[in-house]
Design a protein around this ligand. Structure first.
Ligand code: NOJ
Length: 683
């Protein structure tokens, strides 16, 4: 970790502050925040370059069976702090990240009653802000229940927003809608919007632990409030002092690409708590997976069982031959027979089906220099899973299984919990009960040196900084929807929206790289992109664990485009956005963390377009070979998706490339320093 400047300043005020407005600005005075008490109620407002972004918005809590923390407040003291540090990610989309903010902590008190004290900390960054509450230790308060968090976000106008709804049954797996705020009622975060004068705003939260996930509910015109996912008994938070909430965050940028390169969410999380994490290794994996989604194999045993010893050996051989680190095998363990979504408590996470030689395969994988990825589908039966966690993870560690992919397929409020009286209750995937579970799995996995990739997850809030074995998650419609989604798959624009919404929360296991884009026996479904676009997704979608999701025979049949998937890394030195328009197009370049190579991914929606890519990011004075995978002249996602051109050319950092993206298309480029031989060959 490289510390540049670290400067602390504290100023304390006395009780006389009750009528005062406190102000704090970001280090470059770009974002300004005011905090004040009006008629005993706390409010904050936000400006950027002096222009209002959030109008006065209320703060506080309603508590159960005790005095609420909502009114009669006065400010008892405040403290300020300036912080500037550059820290290094063990792995990530950028190696060194600057964490530079001004902080204001305000202490509030009600004149009498219990509880009476509440603190709020604001951190102002040049690219946005975060704030969190603390309900500190105080006389007479130990355990308490929050019935409502009153935090408001009063936007200034009917901004256009990209959103998915909260409390919808299929968790985060919906296509994003693009509407004015007045048409978006209760939404998940990240919630991204654009003002009519071109400011991009994204609302989210950071460091969500032991607290429910926050949705946003529109209460009037353009004002939203925190809507915490409740427990089955209607309470929102079951807490103990001292309670620190997650950070409520707002990222601000003049261009959409600036949201992607804002690291505010990570900065608001605590540093690595796991110590030496050299065992955490980003990489690519293949797996016995896509064939299940297409119906060629089954998870359950029988004539089409995918997870057989023979099949798995084939995948291990392939992974070893082509340099993949992991092999995912789904349907290897007892519990898949019958309706596994309804009967999740039948899953056994240590016992294989008889046609799957678990130990022999783990040894074979080790011998071949790869590892098996343990698939733990729970069907949402988390009590069953928790009972087995320690034993299963100890076994995996012993067998050299370095990663797990967990799953929580189930709909709506469907997570079973047995309460203190022994009654079964149903909880939301995103309430405090389940947030605790997701965290427990990460921490237990860390004890056994296991990396975690969660499907049907709780949304990411940057906890990978604190727990670097928390690698990737799904949490949106991934590639699997192309196999069976009722609308015929994800439309081309879907992946031009995700980087500005879902991916702002953190990495996504989208499972890209499908080469057989249409399916013989499923004419209503297809992958709605060109082939070149499938390659571009390895750069535009960030994930430290990226899958090459297709069946291996489809890669073996297409060695030339497959070369890009073999080459592209999943751990980056730096990330830059060259073109960005939400729902329309995106070009990202990333530098490999372990070489001097750069990679470019560019994608467009249903519309073909030409985008300019200035190569100024390359090292000056150096010649590079650009290995270009672009849409062919006749490519079109609907009529001719396979038309791809693969060429090489010499480039340097003074050049600008014109990227010709077909409708639904994309382009992927690897830039590597040219050898003398390359220069001769390509001149
Ligand atoms: C849903 C996951 O997203 C998918 O990847 C997995 O194959 C199935 N659940 C079964 O666990």
């Amino acid at each position: 970790m490289r510390k540049t400047i670290l400067l602390l300043m504290f100023v304390s005020f006395s009780f006389s502050l009750s009528a005062q407005t406190l102000e704090v600005a970001s280090p470059g005075n770009i974002v300004q925040l005011s905090f004040y008490i009006r008629d005993g109620v706390p409010y904050y407002s936000i400006k950027r370059f002096g222009r209002e972004v959030i109008k006065p918005s209320r703060m506080g809590f309603i508590l159960k069976d005790m005095q609420s923390l909502d009114k009669d407040f006065r400010i008892t003291s405040s403290a300020r702090n300036h912080f500037d540090e550059t820290w290094t990610q063990p792995w990530g989309e950028k190696k060194d990240i600057r964490n530079n903010y001004n902080e204001l902590t305000v202490k509030l008190e009600r004149p009498s009653g219990t509880p009476s004290k509440m603190n709020i900390t604001f951190r102002l960054y040049d690219d946005g802000l975060g704030f969190r509450y603390e309900i500190p230790e105080q006389e007479g308060l130990k355990k308490f229940e929050v019935m409502d968090e009153l935090t408001e976000f009063a936007f200034t106008d009917d901004h256009m927003a990209w959103w998915i709804g909260a409390f919808w049954p299929n968790r985060y797996e919906y296509l994003y809608r693009h509407t004015p705020l007045s048409k978006a009622d209760t939404v998940q975060t990240p919630f991204t919007m654009e003002t009519s004068d071109g400011l991009f705003i994204s609302m989210h939260e950071a460091a969500l632990m032991d607290y429910p996930s926050m949705a946003l509910k529109r209460t009037e015109s353009f004002t939203y409030k925190a809507e915490l996912y409740p427990w089955s008994d209607g309470t929102r938070v079951k807490a103990e002092v001292s309670l620190k909430t997650p950070w409520r965050t707002m990222q601000l940028s003049d261009d959409a690409g600036g949201l992607i390169t804002s690291y505010l969410i990570l900065n608001l999380n605590e540093p690595n708590k796991l110590g030496d994490v050299s065992w955490v290794q980003p990489g690519k994996y293949v797996g016995i997976w896509w064939a299940m989604h297409l119906g060629y194999y089954t998870w359950n045993p029988g004539p089409k069982h995918g997870a057989t010893t023979e099949n798995t050996r084939r995948y291990i051989d392939f992974a070893s031959k082509y340099g993949f680190r992991g092999v995912l095998v789904e349907g290897w363990n007892l519990g898949w027979d019958g309706d596994w979504v309804k009967n999740g408590d039948q899953f056994n996470f240590s016992t294989p089906y008889p046609d799957y030689d678990f130990k022999g395969l783990a040894d074979y994988a080790k011998q071949k220099g790869v590892y098996l990825i343990g698939h733990n589908e729970t069907g949402g039966a988390i009590m069953n899973y928790e009972r087995q966690l320690t034993d299963a993870f100890s076994l995996y560690e012993k067998l050299g299984i370095k990663a797990i992919k967990t799953g929580y397929v189930n709909w709506g409020r469907s997570i079973k919990r047995i309460d203190e009286e022994g009654n079964a209750q149903l909880e939301w995937h995103h309430g405090q009960y389940t947030v605790r579970h997701y965290q427990k799995v990460v921490e237990e996995a860390a004890k056994h040196h296991i990396m975690v990739d969660v499907h049907e997850p709780i949304k990411d809030t940057g906890l990978r900084r604190t727990f670097p074995n928390m690698m990737s998650r799904e949490g949106a419609r991934g590639e699997e929807y192309d196999a069976w989604g009722s609308e015929g798959g994800n439309p081309p624009e879907h992946t031009t929206i995700l980087p500005f919404t879902r991916l702002l929360s953190g990495p996504m296991d989208f499972t890209p790289g499908i080469f057989a884009l249409t399916f013989k026996d499923r004419p209503a479904n297809r992958v709605n992109t060109t082939l070149a676009r499938q390659l571009a997704h390895y750069v535009t979608i960030y994930s430290p664990l990226h899958m090459a999701a297709d069946m291996i025979e489809n890669y073996e049949a297409n060695p030339k485009p497959f070369k890009f998937i073999q080459d592209v890394p999943t751990d980056w030195q730096d990330t830059r956005v060259l073109n960005a328009s939400i729902g329309n197009y995106l070009t990202i370049v990333r530098q490999d963390r372990n070489s001097r190579d750069w990679y470019l991914g560019s994608i467009t929606d249903e519309q073909g377009r030409i985008l300019e890519a200035p190569l100024g990011f390359l090292e000056a004075g150096e010649k590079y070979v650009a290995e270009i995978y672009c849409d062919g002249q006749n490519a079109d996602w609907r009529t001719n998706p396979y038309d791809i051109e693969i060429t090489e050319m010499l480039v340097d950092n003074s050049m600008t490339l014109s990227l010709r993206l077909a409708a639904g298309g994309g382009e992927a480029i690897r830039f590597r320093p040219a050898t003398e031989e390359d220069v001769k060959r390509l001149k």
